[in-house]
Design a protein around this ligand. Structure first.
Ligand code: C5P
Length: 231
């Protein structure tokens, strides 16, 4: 069973989610539940996945006052989630509250989201930040790590320099993944599971490349084989 490949369950219903989980079978052990599915299917689905022996990354992207973030981390842990995400731009007090709460309840790790991957250097001034994205990502990742967060969510490109800057045990969870050999992608902008791993990712998040594949189980197996490929 692979837990390095986290399959994003970006669907609307419990039925669709469970159908995917069944199709992927015992080989797939780690799922990401985000705001779409949590909002529409509710927290029972997370309990159900955990009851099936799956690890769940609850991608809540928390950005709130410290007390509320700590309460949400506790709630995620109570559901059985093993990872939860917090916006690093919420600041040190929030990050510390999240990390302390996670340590106190146990069983859950806090991932800091630095700069969302859809933002480019040109987008930063309108939200009051100076370019570059890279500097922001580095600053926020170091802040999150110093406050006790377990890791970061980062693109493969960012993973390469974050892996050198963060403590060795840090988690680097990388989305924006495509599977090699599939047509229709600009290869220069595609990170495969192996690219991400080589850049320093400890986990990759794969959504549509698996869930919308004609044969999701086969696509999942390809992702696992690619991630595990020797250098
Ligand atoms: O693109 P894909 O379907 O693999 O996306 C899976 C998940 O990864 C999404 O739920 C999204 O939160 C995240 N993602 C991201 N940055 C990207 C692409 C996807 O954070 N560039």
């Amino acid at each position: 069973m692979s837990s390095h490949i986290i399959v994003a369950l970006d669907v609307d219903t419990r039925q669709e989610a469970l159908q995917l989980v069944r199709r992927l079978g015992p080989a797939a052990g780690h799922y990401k539940v985000g705001l779409q599915l949590l909002t529409l299917a509710g927290p029972d689905l997370v309990r159900e996945l955990v009851g099936m022996g799956k690890q769940v990354f609850l991608d809540l992207k928390l950005h709130e006052i410290p007390n509320s973030v700590a309460a949400a981390v506790r709630a995620a842990a109570q559901l059985g989630a093993g990872m939860v995400s917090v916006h690093a731009s919420a600041g040190s007090a929030v990050l510390r509250a999240a990390a302390e709460q996670a340590r106190s309840v146990g069983g859950i790790r806090v991932l800091a989201l630095t700069v969302i991957t859809s933002l480019r250097d040109d987008d930063l001034p309108e939200i009051g930040l100076a370019p570059s994205v890279r500097e922001q990502v580095c600053r926020l990742a170091r802040l999150a790590s110093a406050q006790g967060c377990d890791g970061v969510i980062a693109s493969a490109q960012e993973a390469r320099w974050l892996a050198q800057q963060l403590p060795a045990r840090s988690l680097i969870v990388t989305p924006g993944i495509q599977l090699a050999g599939l047509g229709g992608h600009d290869q220069s902008r595609v990170a495969t599971p192996r690219d991400a791993r080589d850049a320093g990712a400890t986990h990759v998040v794969v959504g549509r490349a698996i869930t919308q594949a004609p044969d999701p189980a086969q696509a999942f197996a390809r992702a696992c084989a690619d991630f595990a490929q020797p250098d």
